[in-house]
Design a protein around this ligand. Structure first.
Ligand code: ADP
Ligand code: MG
Length: 882
């Protein structure tokens, strides 16, 4: 089996037996020894990916910015007129900025890589006769793969068995039409289009419905997907709306500042200032006021948020989901497994005549056990202590355990039945059926929701109503009910869904997760509506919803019939306003419910695990897939994955999302308000005919020591108190809302005016310009040092936020202040920055002015919080004491 030959082989033209022999394998799969040998030979089943950027490439990346070009130009100009000091300083600033940027971006990308590796893909493989779940990358040619709805095909496969197998090949062919597959199909055309090779499955496609098995014929780069991987690789990387918005914002601000600087430049020239000095000044002003650090700081904030989330069982697949989570106003959750523990167990069997509990279960009719274990798709292994390890569907496992507890021999004998026909369980059908043969006897079984099973049974209308009445009563107590029926037929060749004998139903309990009620309370407190969407019986759903605090009365429930009516009447959104529980929901209805809530203005998070959830997940603002029980397709269409399948984790995600959003606003606030303050100072001086209040190098220095990494630190701030006691912010609310603009104006104007006034009076009192600049620079450094703390919260008073959360920030501010003070004493730096030492007294006075800024900002907060009109500024603030 040469690798070369294998790729060229046209397996769709070969008979199944031939494929087995070409690939030297057999229906029960490879053995471990052979697997190891083949792994050695063919390598891992992975597609080649683009190599990561190296540290040096990240470094070069830092220089791809217009700001940098302007600075380089300025440095070059400085060189040509022999201002070596200036040139050296500009270069130093450039390199320092690049080093900071490189470090931030590199570590962010490394962390993103680690997060990516948390998303593992697995496949079901048959080896040595046992079905097991393994990581997809360990698959080798010759392996036998087993397919269920929702699984991602992990390699190219020649099918050997198919049952209603329908596949979504849109990734490969670009057409999103479902393709029927058939193991018995064979073609003599070697050049058949991929979509017509009905006996083949291709890596990267998804199983929509049905079941199947097949032999792996190609892995990794040898697969069809591998051949076009080059194409896929070239696809531009996912865009992050927030980052894009920020890049646009930076750009707009740059343009505005650019014009202002040009304006200043023109006035300066008219006033007869030297060209070089003016040019350098314009450059410095532009560099320090343009928030070029914004995208990097935001990337860091988002990365840190996704790491924090991964520690709380939320994996972010799309970075945009972080801001989405922060804005979430409604969660539409599954019941089974998300709100409940998904540890189903059968507690009762209810026949039309008698209720059996755990002590009398062994008296149940023989056929009940046969139906439970034979009409069942679980896989099992015999464990070391002689018991069984089941895995597969939760309902099926509950039934299997129910049988195993009563009499293990049923399980052992189950393999002696030969399957003739089956209708596998699909959520839309709500039932499954099989036809089997043993010792010449033919059996048929169905199991599923009582309403559907009873339709196939031979009973009178009264009997049926009596049974459904029983079902309603049991469901009201929170039990899930699965009905069983059988028939022995001699003259049928395929399952015929008629004339079954009704056996009874099992009552299954699925306890709610203990974290769920608390999580729902938190969601309500945070102004988030929670609704439950389930395929289960309305009474079961209501009972559980009551226990969870999602619903209090029947009115909140929408039954199958009501949903049908609702759809027929145009799926009006208003109808859903007072509903919180949706039962017997079809996949299409689930999607319609999501859309209806969106038209009501909700920002909707939807959970899902099955194939059928994909449409709803796709339409959701935030698609939430289950990490454990979720199918591959649900995960692939989702924005986030919950590793523990737990509803409570969504609330954690929302908390982190809100924190990230807060922090991003903090970063933006710091950068924009300090830039604005500098602009105010400079403009005022210019317009009043004073000299430049700061020299170009002084502006660059100010920017470096006060903004350089503080913005990044703000992006890493811990959550503020009361984060989950606010209402969700509106997704339509722009970053530059009233609150942001007001705070920029107040902070920026205070800094700008005070420093300008000081400069003015210093000059008036006869200080030299150099000395006045020296003092103004010190004041600006103090101002901006202090201002970082104002940026820490838009709403909470500073004394309410734990200072221990920001030890590093405090340390850094003290450090930069000391750095500036020491530079005043170092001759070399004195020369470069044109600065001189000041007296302690002066420093104290300036510090007092700077601290006044905190007072002003806090007073403004107080006004906004008190003002009855505060709704304009903080629509999400509930006035909750924190
Ligand atoms: P949920 O929304 O709570 O997860 P499901 O969609 O899993 O509910 O189940 C919906 C209904 O389908 C159940 O009430 C049950 O009657 C039926 N059902 C679920 N699993 C199976 C199965 N494996 N075989 C047959 N019927 C099932
Ligand atoms: Mg389910």
């Amino acid at each position: 089996m040469e690798s070369e030959k294998r790729i060229k082989m046209d397996f769709h033209t070969k008979k199944i037996d031939e494929v087995f022999s070409i690939l030297e394998t057999k229906p029960s799969g490879l053995d471990q020894e052979e697997v190891s040998a083949r792994q050695e030979k063919y390598g891992l089943n992975i597609l080649p990916s683009k190599p990561d950027m190296t540290l040096f490439q990240h470094f070069l990346q830092q220089f791809k910015s217009p700001i940098i070009y302007i600075l380089l130009l300025a440095a070059f100009m400085a060189l040509t007129i022999r201002e070596y000091m200036d040139a050296g300083f500009i270069f130093a600033v450039l390199v320092l900025n690049a080093i900071i940027g490189t470090y931030q971006e590199y570590s962010a990308s490394q962390k993103a890589k680690v997060l990516q590796s948390l998303i593992k893909s697995t496949a079901m493989v048959l080896r040595e006769g046992v079905i097991q779940e393994i990581e997809s990358r360990l698959i080798v040619p010759g392996d036998i793969l087993v397919f269920e709805p929702g699984t991602k095909v992990a390699a190219d496969v020649r099918l050997t068995e198919t049952k209603n197998l329908i596949v979504d090949e849109s990734l490969l062919t670009g057409e999103s039409i479902d393709v029927h597959k058939d193991a018995d199909f064979i073609s003599d055309k070697t050049h058949l289009p991929l979509s017509e090779r009905k006996n083949m499955l291709f890596a990267g496609t998804y199983i929509s419905t049905g079941r199947g098995r097949g032999i792996v014929v190609a892995t990794g780069k040898d697969t069809e997907a591998g051949k076009i991987a080059q194409l896929l690789n070239r696809k531009s990387k996912a865009r992050i709306p927030l980052l894009e918005k920020m890049e646009k914002l930076s750009f707009t601000i740059s343009i505005v500042i650019g014009f202002m600087v040009l304006f200043l430049f023109a006035i300066g020239l008219l006033k007869g200032m030297g060209f070089y000095a003016l040019f350098l000044f314009s450059v410095a002003l532009a560099v320090s006021t343009i928030p070029e650090g914004l995208p990097v700081a935001i990337t860091v904030a988002l990365t840190s948020a996704s790491i924090a989330m991964s520690k709380r069982n939320v994996i972010i697949r799309k970075l945009a989901a972080i801001e989405g989570l922060g804005a979430c106003t409604l969660i539409a959750s599954d019941k089974t497994g998300t709100l409940t523990q998904n540890r189903l167990s059968v507690e009762y069997f209810v026949s039309p005549h008698r209720v059996y509990d755990t002590s009398t279960l062994n008296e149940v009719h023989d056929k009940v056990y046969l139906a439970s274990i034979l009409c069942n798709e679980i896989h099992y292994e015999t464990s070391e202590d002689g018991g069984f390890d089941f895995f597969g569907d939760q309902v099926d496992m509950a039934l299997a355990r129910f049988v195993a507890n009563a009499d293990e021999s049923y399980i052992k004998h189950s393999r002696s039945y030969r399957k003739i026909d089956e209708i596998p369980y699909e959520p839309v059908n709500r039932f499954s059926a099989v036809m089997l043969e043993r010792d010449g006897q033919i059996f048929q079984f169905v199991k599923g929701s009582p309403e559907t099973v009873l339709e196939h049974c031979d009973i009178t209308e009264e009997e049926k109503q009596a049974i459904l009445g029983d079902v309603d009563a049991w469901a009201l107590k929170g039990y899930r009910t699965i009905a069983l029926a059988h028939k022995e037929s001699t003259d049928e060749e395929k399952i015929n869904l008629k004339n079954f004998n009704y056996l009874g139903f099992v009552a299954i309990i699925d306890p709610v997760r203990k974290e769920s009620p608390e999580a729902i309370r938190k969601a309500h407190e945070a102004g988030i509506k929670v609704v439950m969407i389930t395929g289960d019986h309305p009474n079961t759903a209501l009972c559980i919803a009551k226990e969870l605090g999602i619903a209090s009365s029947d009115e909140a429930v929408m039954s199958e019939k009501e949903l049908f009516e609702w759809e027929k009447n145009g799926a009006k959104a208003e109808v859903l306003k007072n509903k919180t529980v949706f039962s017997r929901v079809s996949p299409e209805q689930k999607m319609k419910i999501v859309i209806a809530y969106q038209t009501l203005g909700h920002y909707v998070a939807v959970t899902g695990d099955g194939v059928n959830d994909a449409p709803a997940l796709k339409h959701a603002n935030i698609g939430v897939a289950m990490g454990k029980s979720g199918t591959d397709i649900a995960k692939a269409t989702s924005d986030i994955i919950l590793t523990d399948d737990n509803f409570a984790s969504i609330i954690n995600g929302i908390e982190e999302g809100r924190r990230a959003h807060d922090n991003i606003r903090k970063v933006i606030y710091l950068l924009i308000s300090t830039g604005f303050a500098e602009l105010v100072l400079v403009m005022l001086s210019f317009l009043t005919g004073l000299p430049l209040p700061l020299l170009p190098v002084q502006l660059l220095w100010l920017n470096l020591v006060t903004n350089g990494i503080e913005d990044v630190m703000l992006g890493l701030e811990k959550a503020e108190p009361g984060l989950l006691k606010r209402k969700p912010r509106s997704p339509q609310e722009p970053i530059f809302n009233r609150l942001m603009l007001r705070r920029i104006a107040v902070g920026g104007l205070y800094i700008g005016f005070v420093s300008f006034t000081l400069f003015y009076f210093l000059l008036q009192s006869g200080e030299s310009v150099e000395s006045a600049r020296n003092i103004v620079l010190l004041l600006m450094v103090l101002f901006e040092n202090v201002h970082v703390f104002n940026a820490r919260s838009e709403i909470n008073y500073l004394y309410n936020i734990d200072y221990r959360n920001s030890m590093f920030l405090i340390f850094w501010v003290v450090f930069t202040q000391l750095l500036h003070l020491s530079c005043m004493h170092i001759p070399f730096m004195q020369d470069i920055l044109s600065i001189q030492p000041v007296s302690l007294d002066t420093w104290m006075k300036l510090s007092t002015l700077a601290l006044g800024l905190v007072l002003v900002m806090e007073t403004d907060k107080w006004l906004m919080r008190r003002n009855t009109n505060k709704k304009h500024y903080m629509p999400w603030y509930t006035g909750e004491k924190v």
